[in-house]
Ligand binder design. Sequence first.
Ligand code: NAD
Length: 353
Amino acid sequence: MIEFHHRALPWNVVFGPGKLATLPAELDALGYKRALVLSTPNQRSAAQRLTDMLGSRAVGVFAEAAMHVPADTAVAASATATEFGADCTVAIGGGSTTGLGKALAVKHGLPLIAIPTSYAGSEMTNIWGITADGRKSTARDAAALPKLALYDPELTLSLPPKFAGASGLNAMAQAVANIIVKRPNPFIEPMALQAVASLSQGLPLIIAKPDDIDARSQTLLGACLAGASIGLGATGLHHRICHTLGGTFNTPHAETHAIVLPHSVAFNARAAADGSAKLARALGVQDAALGLFELAKGLGVPTALSEIGVNQADLDTVAELATEKPVNNAGPVTHENVRALLDNAFHGSPPRP
Ligand code: NAD
């Protein structure tokens, strides 16, 4: 039976090496005149170069973006925007910086231009979040979607290959969540499969040759399509587990997704057998879960939760929190089978269905 509900998102995407140079013209076309440039402290110099390039179209830099958008940071950024009379923000960076821009868009009405430099994919979604009193809340809001996502693969050349691997597998998880399902959406599934193919081909090339702009382009395209897949589609048990780990134990975002992914794919292999077979074909392997496990090892990213600060004693709590509310997932979810998945992921053992 074919059955689906599809709602589009109003994306505006510019993609290509050197495309950063088109930003002034893009801002003019959108009618923005006073941009506040956002970045993390790490990427302050990239933000400053962008500000210099924008000349009178930029009013300043706010370089305090941090993981999971602390509410205090959003308040400070909003005060800076008001002080400088900004009419939009330009976020240059990974998901943390895009996330700050989204919070300003939703809570303070400042439209966002996103210039992604990692593979987080947030720029293609309307999902935003903010963290207050140690709790992150997330929601979908039309205002969170950037007015423009400008992808310039040259900006990703500075992304260290090891983080590129983890970030790319974070993107992969967004695509996979919309392939390993019982009823694939016919608009999203082809895009998600293309994302998997681009990421799985591009990422090993980056490790082999970090300066290869074609490999960087292919991987960034994969991230764009993966973000688009989750922007239109859904998440399941995989994202529930990763958000529980990140929210409760503050594990690093990209690495957490990279470690859990092969295990969450194995978990659903029987219930979503068609999706699993299509995923394997897109990866160019026999078995999707094992293929993802081998890919992660080849990229040199951590493959065990024990490597990123999770204690074995915490696994019961993670299983409990992840299963306390119903989760949309192909395979049936119980405390016991999630606990078994976590045990495997903790030890970095090969994934088991
Ligand atoms: P990040 O943005 O925190 O980046 C990690 C570090 O890498 C930062 O210091 C950053 O400045 C640096 N960096 C990024 N690109 C670089 C480059 N090209 N060169 C050098 N350094 C670079 O990490 P992330 O994994 O990109 O994003 C994680 C955050 O994004 C999390 O908070 C997560 O919840 C959020 N996220 C949100 C969505 C969504 O749809 N809302 C989707 C994915 C991720």
